[in-house]
Write a protein that binds this ligand. Structure first.
Ligand code: SAM
Length: 444
């Protein structure tokens, strides 16, 4: 039983009129749960082989309602392999509305924990750039972990204030998404804390912060570019009123109607945005798509990264891969990054990660990272151990245990599940020493 704040229900009654009773009844039902399939790792059709009951969601083609037990998701090898992301379906609508095409240059301004970033990365199909920014640095680590788990190679993760990005990267991006911090009214069924933290004052302070973020976000966008704004709240102050005011102050932007999401249409300026209520089958999301007037060629490349590939890094790659990835190496301190060759060489933007963390220099040797293995398909590695048909050995590997392997294998070895790399170890004398990261190990 959820005790909704009185001022919230009063406002919703005014906004929804005759639909209010149906809206209120939804709070007697359990929250919707869902997953998104990461097409960088697995084609959508393969969902049939997963042990979960799913139903397609109307909000994005890679999003599904989860009808079976939620708890099994995090422990599933499909989750460990980065093939799925737990996400309530209405939250998938915003990244879908961005309409990302491969090779474009995209900014996700408020990115942690990475739901939208990882969805946009799949739409990029490994080409172009997804720049994922999270101002709160402690939240950036979970973002990095999700980017790594989902095998994303073309991502920059930064922790910078939106105005810092606007100063350093003016008119740099083809598309920008602002999934703004909000009062979270769409989280009320899922998270009782969202109800406790709610107040009219909180709504107003969120709206002020959102307006500031939008001022910076719009400066990062090229003329002709697309800006998507989303929240998981229902308050007009944070949603349609905020966007209408933005459009009034920025005549170089107009609202582009979102007509392929089956939910409530709400006016913004002279256009329409969309609001998904629990009665529409989601927990709650608001999505507006704005276009900056002008012309631009989406996906035009930027200054190429400085390649620091040298004899040591080349032989490190040669020792691991049978098909070497076409990347540049960037050495920063003891870390080696495998970076797409057309990546920007950026400074001063709080960058924490660029491309894939390939390994760490430890004295005279280089130790590969989990992220390097997660980013590439099994067929690219010299050594592989396939545990698809041996679930108990796979579980032991995911718990961090040493496992038996072919005695002929020697050196770093990719561990494979259902045609996906799920981790790695080092094999020698018929044993595979486990390198599955401690923080990701499964407890059962
Ligand atoms: N896009 C994320 C996803 O799909 O997983 C969720 C983003 S969450 C709704 C909003 C994020 O904005 C939070 O991670 C929060 O830390 C961040 N944030 C908070 N204050 C901010 C500010 N002033 N500027 C930019 N981002 C902020």
């Amino acid at each position: 039983m959820i005790f909704l704040p009185e001022k919230f229900t009063e406002r919703m009654k005014n906004v929804l009129g005759g639909e209010f009773d149906a809206f209120l009844k939804c709070y007697d039902l359990p929250p919707q749960r869902g997953i998104r399939i990461n097409t960088l790792k697995m084609p959508l059709e393969k969902r049939e082989s997963m042990p979960f009951e799913l139903a397609p969601s109307p909000f994005a083609k890679d999003s599904f309602f989860l009808l079976s037990d939620d708890e099994k998701i995090g422990a599933s090898p499909y989750h460990h392999a980065g093939a799925i992301y737990s996400q309530e379906p209405s939250a998938s609508a915003a990244a879908a509305a961005l309409r990302t095409q491969p090779s474009e240059i995209i900014l996700d301004m408020c990115a942690a924990p990475g739901g939208k970033t990882t969805q946009i990365a799949a739409a990029l199909q490994g080409k172009g750039l997804i720049w994922a920014n999270e101002v709160i640095s402690s939240r950036a680590s979970v973002l990095i972990s999700n980017v790594e788990r989902m095998g994303i190679k073309n991502c920059i993760v930064s922790s910078a204030r939106p105005d810092t990005l606007a100063e350093n990267l003016p008119e740099y991006f083809d598309r920008v998404i602002v999934d703004a911090p909000c009062s979270g009214e769409g989280m009320f069924r899922k998270n009782p804390r969202a109800v406790e933290e709610w107040s009219p004052e909180h709504v107003s302070s969120c709206a002020r912060r959102q307006a500031q973020i939008m001022e910076s976000a719009c400066r990062c966008l090229r003329p002709g570019g697309t800006l998507v704004y989303s929240t998981c709240t229902f308050s007009p102050e944070e949603d349609e009123n905020l966007i209408s005011e933005f459009l009034e102050n920025h005549p170089d932007f107009y609202a582009d109607a979102i007509d392929d999401i089956p939910a409530h249409k709400v006016p913004v300026g002279a256009g329409v945005a969309v609001k998904i209520y629990p009665t529409d089958g989601g927990e709650g999301h608001f999505v507006a798509r704005l276009i900056r007037r002008g012309e631009c060629e989406y996906g035009t490349s930027f200054a190429a990264v400085n390649d620091r590939t040298n004899t040591e890094t080349r032989s490190f790659f040669d020792g691991i891969f049978s098909i070497s990835p076409d990347v540049a190496c960037k050495v920063i301190g003891e870390n080696i990054y495998a970076v797409p060759k057309d990546f920007p060489d950026v400074r001063g933007c709080g960058v924490l990660r660029a491309g894939v963390l390939a390994g760490k220099i430890k004295g005279k040797r280089i130790e590969p990272s989990h992220a390097l293995f997660m980013a590439y398909e099994p067929e690219m590695f010299k050594n592989t151990v396939d545990l698809t048909e041996t679930p108990s050995v796979l579980s032991a590997f995911l718990r961090g245990e040493e496992i038996a392997c072919d005695g002929k294998l020697k050196g770093y070895t990719a561990v494979v599940f259902d045609n996906m790399t799920i981790g790695f170890g080092k094999s020698s004398g018929g044993r595979l020493k486990n390198h599955y990261p401690k923080g990701l190990r499964s407890l059962n």
